[in-house]
Design a binder for this molecule. Sequence first.
Ligand code: DHB
Ligand code: MG
Length: 219
Amino acid sequence: MTDIHAAVDAYLGENLLKSDRVLDEIARKSEAAGLVPHAVTPLQAAFLAILIKLNGSKRVLEIGCLGGYSAVAMARALPEGGQLITTEIDTRTAAIAQQNIDTSGFGDRIDLRTGPAVDVLDAEIASGGHFDFVFIDADKVNHKNYLERALKLTGSGAVIVADNIVRGGAVIDVDGQENSVKGVRAMMAYAATLDGLDMTALQTVGAKGYDGMAIFRVR
Ligand code: DHB
Ligand code: MG
């Protein structure tokens, strides 16, 4: 992260975002509980919320809950009766997230499933689950596995966002040995084989450094 990116992130947030007691509290509690600082930024949370509203999404799937920051930001963007399912592999993290969700005021919209995301998604596929919006933000090693499953859980008009596809630029390192980079590259190679989708990516800088999001829309 460069100072200028973090400073501009703060400036933009101060001007474009209202003070957010709910999300600030989740960020504070997540940090106090020692969770890794990998939640989306406030501006990124607002970006996801806008996509959900633009798409008229009613059912959201999040892959990778961490402390519940993005889950609450997205659930809040849903209309009355909307539902969000989120997954968390780590039981201690899930307990912290559930507390954050319960105190957010949006807990009735959020269904936190504890376990490996691939297993949760396969169960959803088996039971005919269907979503309008998917946010992929778990272990990057499985990015391709998550995109494959997200496509089985969505239909025409659905939007899928995959976080952390740039990794400080490491994604273009063809010899990169880091498993998370290999996972992102596997997802990208898989995306290159897909038809019937509108696809793009945004490089992002800011408080979390240099990264990016891929965006898919099912035609
Ligand atoms: C990492 C994971 C994330 O989801 C993120 O947004 C940033 C970093 C990581 O595992 O390093
Ligand atoms: Mg992420």
